[in-house]
Write a protein that binds this ligand. Structure first.
Ligand code: ZN
Length: 89
């Protein structure tokens, strides 16, 4: 047995969750499918300056966690551009 209590998302799950947070979309656990993700620090208001430092995302239901370091927004992606989520037609 490894360390108990700490589970991490699989890489694709963590990437999906991080992408959702970067896009300021609702955070839904990619592993258990519930909206029980707690974000540390809390998501700032839209007019807040760019965050620096580690952002941790933890699902309080299944206990999986992910963390990432924010980067400057990609200038090629405009907030006004329509977003088509995978699977939507
Ligand atoms: Zn979960």
């Amino acid at each position: 047995m490894g360390r108990r209590g700490i589970k991490e998302f699989r890489a694709p799950e963590a990437l999906a969750l991080v992408a959702a947070d970067r896009d300021r979309k609702p955070l839904v656990c990619p592993s258990c499918g519930t909206a029980t993700i707690s974000r540390t620090p809390r998501r700032p208001p839209p007019d807040a300056p760019l965050e620096l430092g580690r952002i941790a995302l933890l699902c309080s239901k299944c206990g999986r966690s992910a963390a990432y370091l924010p980067r400057a927004p990609d200038p090629s992606r405009s907030p006004e551009s329509p977003y088509h989520p995978p699977g939507a037609s």
